[in-house]
Ligand binder design. Structure first.
Ligand code: C2O
Ligand code: CU
Ligand code: CU
Length: 539
């Protein structure tokens, strides 16, 4: 589509320009409030991070069937609320054919079991920690009271660690000295009112300093909120609705997941080795935990609920049929639910933690044909993501309504009581390399931003390299990108926005729902662990 093509040529110029500019050089040029400078630098190299190489033979693409995560049944249902239990434990899985891979899991599976909930029907999820380290579970995109949001120091301690609430080895700037932390032993109840627009959420570990390796080892699962209005739209459903959690991983010679942690026990010292400081990339693309899988589909519309759960890898997805034809990716939803109207893409960028709700129509592909989902930013084997094998002729009574929703918040600039600026940049932390927001590394004891409940604010975010920025509690809308109108895929209500290198974006939101301590942070999980997180206090 036209906007993307312009963007692509912009990137081509940008690449040669970036060769002349070290990251440090680019840093110096981007002023926090200098939107026009940032716009001039808004280019994107394909990768932020370094790729680990697997030490075991990798299977050919499009052979392993796509797994669909099991939907978790509630353990009890009473008074209009459902209760779930999830045990966090070690397990091993055959991710690569013939190779056993130890994992950290929710309920023994990676991805963890999917929770399907109804808008406005509260649930309680009891997490039980049987892993060897403290954990924290966060429901990403949940409109959740602070006590259940999974603050990074609200640890659930494992068995035998009752007295070791605060692991040693954290320096002051990355301290665990947090008087407000609510630490529990073995279990914790999370209460989710789910009074929010229906959408795909995900839950994942959020422990301070160790989120990246914990997610990498398998602590991630899906959560789908539904409601009657969406059910009535006639969108593809049942077998024709597919959640797709995309992650990249690398495998060591012993079959385990490779990860360059400074402290492989994941207890004391957060962070990763050089040269992975900008992010850890794997050379194997997994969808729902399977390497480059294949899935049989009908000659009909399918709804793909795509999550990029990778630590640092960005994708630009395209669907390419065997004859080279690119299929439309009709976007119907963003991180926080349905768009007002569908937006058609040929190429869909997706940053870590973003979700896109997309419809592909396979009716034009002959039975027996194949459509590959490819990543334009990948090189070699990381170009392949998965394939759809068009197996059966079938009728299709689904539709894509021209109006999808009419409840998107329409905040205007003039509604905002405040404009704030935040830079997302590399820097020093405790004498080491760190990633900083507004020049500072995360400190749970410092309140970075205080917002009044109900206020509308505009936030201007500016980046040095790629930073997918996520706000807890609220959805926001994009006002501008690089000093210009947002891109087509910025539509709708989001909770994570991809800042491209050197780029500034403006977002607008209303801080609504609950008071308390929340977070905003970069969702490049390595950046997050190495300081790029800040406190948001709602009063
Ligand atoms: Cu996906 Cu702070 O979270
Ligand atoms: Cu979140
Ligand atoms: Cu970042």
């Amino acid at each position: 589509m036209r906007e993307h093509d312009e963007d692509r040529s912009g990137r081509a110029q940008g690449l040669s320009r970036r060769r002349a500019l070290s990251i440090g050089g680019a840093l110096g040029l981007v002023a926090v409030t200098g939107l026009s400078t940032a716009a001039a630098l808004a280019r994107r190299p394909s990768i932020t991070g370094a790729e680990l190489r697997s030490a075991v033979p990798l299977p050919p693409a499009f052979q392993v069937p796509l797994p669909l995560p099991a939907v978790l049944a509630p353990v009890s249902t009473s008074g209009g609320a459902d209760r779930y239990e999830i045990t966090q434990r070690e397990a091993s899985a055959e991710i690569l054919p013939g190779v056993k891979t130890p994992l950290w899991t929710y309920e023994g599976a990676f991805p963890g079991p999917t929770i399907e909930s109804r808008r406005g029907r509260p649930i309680t999820v009891t997490h039980r920690n049987e892993l060897p380290v403290p954990t924290v579970m966060h429901l990403h995109g949940g409109h959740t009271p602070a006590a259940s949001d999974g603050y990074p120091t609200d640890l659930v301690l494992p068995e035998g660690r009752h007295d070791a609430a605060m692991p040693a080895g954290h320096g002051s700037g990355h301290g665990m000295d947090d008087p407000r932390a609510v630490v529990t032993h073995l279990t914790r109840d999370h209460y989710f009112p789910l009074d929010q627009r229906p959408t795909l959420l995900w839950y994942h570990d959020h422990r301070m300093g160790f989120t990246a390796p914990a997610i990498w080892r398998g602590l991630a699962g899906l959560h789908i909120v539904r409601d009657d209005a969406e059910d009535d739209l006639g969108l593809p459903a049942g077998r024709r609705e597919l959640p797709l959690m995309i992650t990249d991983r690398a495998f060591g010679a012993d079959g385990g997941l490779a990860y360059p942690a400074l402290d492989p026990t994941l207890r004391e010292r957060p962070g990763v080795r050089e040269p992975y400081l900008a992010g850890v990339l794997g050379d194997v693309i997994l969808v729902n935990g399977a390497p480059w899988p294949v899935h049989e589909v009908d000659t009909a519309r399918h709804r793909l609920r795509v999550l990029n759960a990778s630590n640092a890898r960005h994708y630009e997805l395209e669907a390419v049929a065997d004859d080279g034809r690119r299929l439309d990716l009709v976007q119907i939803g963003a991180d926080q639910g349905l768009l007002a109207a569908p937006v058609t893409h040929r190429l869909l960028p997706i940053a870590p933690a973003e979700r896109y709700d997309v419809i592909i129509d396979f009716s034009g592909v002959p039975a027996g044909g194949r459509v590959r989902l490819l990543n334009r930013l990948g090189v070699g084997r990381t170009r392949d993501v998965m394939a759809f094998q068009v197996a059966r002729h079938a009728t299709d009574d689904s539709r894509i309504p021209r109006t999808l929703s009419d409840d998107l918040p329409a905040w205007r600039r003039s509604d905002a009581v405040r404009v704030r600026d935040f830079s997302f940049r590399t820097g020093r932390m405790d004498g080491d390399h760190g990633w900083l927001i507004g020049g500072l590394p995360f400190d749970p004891a410092r309140t970075d931003v205080t917002v009044r409940l109900g206020d509308v604010e505009v936030w201007r975010l500016v980046a040095d390299v790629h930073h997918p920025v996520h706000l807890h509690l609220v959805g926001f809308r994009m006002l501008s990108r690089g000093g210009r109108a947002p891109l087509p895929h910025d539509a709708g209500l989001k909770d994570t926005v991809s800042l491209r290198p050197g780029e500034a974006v403006e977002i607008i939101t209303r801080f609504d729902g609950y008071r308390g301590r929340y977070l905003f942070h970069c969702h490049n999980a390595e950046h997050e662990d190495m300081g790029m997180m800040a406190n948001l206090e709602i009063i």
